[in-house]
Every structure is written in C-alpha cells, then in structure tokens.
Design a protein around this ligand. Sequence first.
Ligand code: SF4
Length: 75
Amino acid sequence: MAKYKIEVDRDLCIGDAACCGEAPNTFEMDDENIAVVTDADGHTDEEILQAAQVCPVDAITLTDTDTGEKVWPEE
Ligand code: SF4
C-alpha cells in the first residue's frame, strides 16, 4: 500500500520531466506535457519522496495517508 497520496499541481508543473526520470514507474508526462501519477505503488516511499524533491517548482505534494500530514513540500 502506498504511504503517500501524490498530487501534481498542473498549474505549477513546467514539464521538465525530472520526476519521471527519478521515478518512471510512478510519474509519466501526459499529452499536455504535464506530469501525472500512473502508479502510486510503482516505487518505494523513499524514491517517491526523492522524485518530489527534485521537482524544481515544488509541484508535487505528498500527504501521509496514515496521519494526513503533508510530507512534501516542507512548509
Ligand atoms: S519534476 Fe515537477 S515540474 Fe518537472 S515534470 Fe515533474 S511535476 Fe512537473
């Protein structure tokens, strides 16, 4: 079970595909060149966190599904 609820802010995403390079089983570019989540269980929690952290515009939000707390981006 995925630990994180993963959301991509389509208004922030600049389409550089950095998240896909980091976690290709979880993120994919759609036909508008915006990242979408294809499989929240495609990578380990740590790999998904790293993919969110490489996003240059913090467009990826991770929420811990157990606690409901926002894990990334840091406030
Ligand atoms: S790393 Fe961020 S800006 Fe780049 S494609 Fe992924 S969500 Fe979009």
